[in-house]
Write a protein that binds this ligand. Structure first.
Ligand SMILES: Cc1cc2nc3c(=O)[nH]c(=O)nc-3n(C[C@H](O)[C@H](O)[C@H](O)COP(=O)(O)OP(=O)(O)OC[C@H]3O[C@@H](n4cnc5c(N)ncnc54)[C@H](O)[C@@H]3O)c2cc1C
Length: 287
């Protein structure tokens, strides 16, 4: 996965190159299942310098024989969870959400094997382009494919520290997943979307909702309105027209997911009239 640089601009200060960052020993404090295949890992990380919403870390696993494997994972927790929770000399809390790939080397270990008390090495925070800072901002348009929702969730949590209150800026999340069981953070998102100024739309690629007025509840079940809207199929111009801000709103746009999904979504938004300079993308893929 690569984060695209700002067009024609110097990388912001936070765009630290991984080589200049140090490794931290992180201890798994707890874990929770987020979907059929995704698990959130809550790490205690002594000396963690804090992060911005949208940044990621490198995770390194080392076997007893010295073999090591490294992958990138977005930070799911809001920036304040890490920085503010750090007692002097204590550990900050950092959350990652990992989707298991059945034929993967690292992700099945993180989702199925790692237990509280186990340690990994983390390097970061990495990335200065695909970030969102909670200050006076235009409305937010977030578009996620699969586990691409993870860095967008950090942005949502930063914009809406209290899930029961309206976010600091009006935001819309369009989230594409295969089935309801694959939706990550469904309960949290359902709760947040009940607040004013938060619009949540799902697009399911492998399951057809029960009727055009069906909604997707936080428990992954279809229900009558109210609730987050849900449609069937891949992201399309019709879906963008129905679920995204209009170009005249000039939202800040963040798109994250598999490469093909990100390219399709960005192309559809530009085709709908959005300014390409307002669109930031990040692609998940092999690292
Ligand atoms: C900056 C960045 C942030 C990321 N954030 C997250 C995150 O928050 N949560 C998360 O679950 N993943 C995230 N990823 C993807 C993650 O780094 C790994 O690629 C993923 O966990 C697979 O690793 P693996 O060792 O299990 O699979 P591998 O053994 O590396 O690959 C197994 C097979 O799956 C394919 N594959 C590898 N990665 C992907 C992928 N992402 N999608 C589809 N097919 C793939 C490979 O081509 C191969 O065929 C991120 C990637 C990057 C670059």
């Amino acid at each position: 996965m690569t984060a695209q640089p700002p067009p024609g601009g110097a990388a912001p200060r936070e765009a630290a190159a991984p080589g200049r960052l140090s490794w931290h020993v992180a201890t798994l404090a707890s874990a929770r299942q987020e979907s059929a295949t995704a698990r959130t890992l809550v790490f205690d990380v002594p000396g963690w310098p804090g992060h911005l919403a949208g940044q990621h870390v490198d995770v390194k696993l080392t076997a007893e024989d010295g073999y090591s494997a490294q992958r990138s994972y977005s930070i799911a927790s809001a920036p304040d969870r890490a920085a503010d929770n750090a007692a002097p000399g204590g550990a900050a809390t950092l959350e990652l959400t990992v989707q298991r790939l059945d034929d993967g080397e690292v992700s099945p270990y993180l989702t199925d094997v790692l237990e509280p008390g186990d340690q990994v090495e983390l390097r970061g925070p990495i990335g200065g382009w695909f970030v969102w800072r909670p200050s006076p901002q235009p409305p937010l348009q977030l578009i996620a494919g699969g586990s691409g929702v993870v860095p967008l969730m950090a942005m949502i949590r930063a914009a809406q520290p209290d899930a029961g209150q309206a976010p600091a800026v009006p935001l819309r999340l369009l989230y594409s997943a295969r089935t309801p069981a694959d939706v990550i953070y469904s309960g949290d998102l359902a709760q947040r979307a009940r607040a004013p100024r938060f619009s949540l739309s799902y697009a399911l690629t492998r399951v057809r909702p029960a009727g055009p007025s069906a909604r997707l509840a936080g428990d992954g079940q279809f229900q009558p309105a109210p609730g987050p809207s849900v449609s069937h199929g891949r992201i399309s111009s019709d879906l963008i027209a129905a679920a995204a801000w209009e170009p005249r709103v000039t939202p800040a746009i963040f798109i994250c997911g598999p490469s093909g999904f990100v390219e399709a979504a960005a192309g559809l938004l530009i085709g709908a009239g959005h300014d390409p300079a307002a669109i930031k993308t990040e692609r998940f893929g092999p690292t």
